[in-house]
Design a binder for this molecule. Structure first.
Ligand code: FES
Ligand code: FES
Length: 168
């Protein structure tokens, strides 16, 4: 028996009319129906954070949300930040600070950081470290990710010196 629902998802400011099964996750619908594959699939049970997106500007694990639950909310994926030729400031900082190696975790970290910086525009380094502990990265050791987020916060706050504080 088909159990499909017609829903409208607002993704990166664009409405998508979609026929989805109630059991389909927002992660799978974003990748396979909306065809935005920047959001990565990792553990699929809420542990790794690779699938982090923003729902109403709050970081959310897309593997833990059913697509039907997301109707009426503003969804942002990593594709909303910038493009390979025109990255946004956060993406540029990740690149400049070497905040990625294999890059598999990176879309999730970018969206986690984007939501975090909206909530805490001038965070301490300790607060950044606490925030990024939500997601798993097997490559970087996290310091460079913290540096990139710290640089972005400083630049957005209008500070010209991008040098991070010493690691405590
Ligand atoms: S894929 Fe969603 S938290 Fe790991
Ligand atoms: S850069 Fe490889 S898992 Fe984070």
């Amino acid at each position: 028996m088909s159990d499909k629902h017609l829903i409208v998802l607002t993704v990166n400011g664009i409405d998508h009319e979609l026929l989805v099964e109630a059991r389909w996750t927002l992660l799978d619908v974003l990748r396979h129906q909306v065809e935005l594959t920047g959001t990565h699939v990792g553990c699929e049970h809420g542990v790794c954070g690779a699938c982090t997106i923003l729902v109403d500007e709050e970081p959310v694990r897309a593997c833990l949300v059913y697509a039907v639950q997301a109707e009426g909310h503003a969804i942002r994926t990593v594709e909303s930040l910038g493009t390979p030729t025109e990255p946004n400031d956060l993406q540029e900082a990740f690149s400049a600070r070497h905040g990625l190696q294999c890059g598999f975790c990176t879309p999730g970290f970018l969206m986690l950081a984007e939501g975090f910086l909206t909530q805490r525009p001038t965070p301490s380094r300790e607060e950044i470290r606490e925030a990024v502990s939500a997601n798993l990265c097997r490559c970087t050791g996290y310091q460079t990710i913290v540096d990139a987020i710290e640089d972005t916060a400083r630049r957005r706050a209008g500070q010209t010196d991008p040098e991070p504080e010493a690691v405590r």
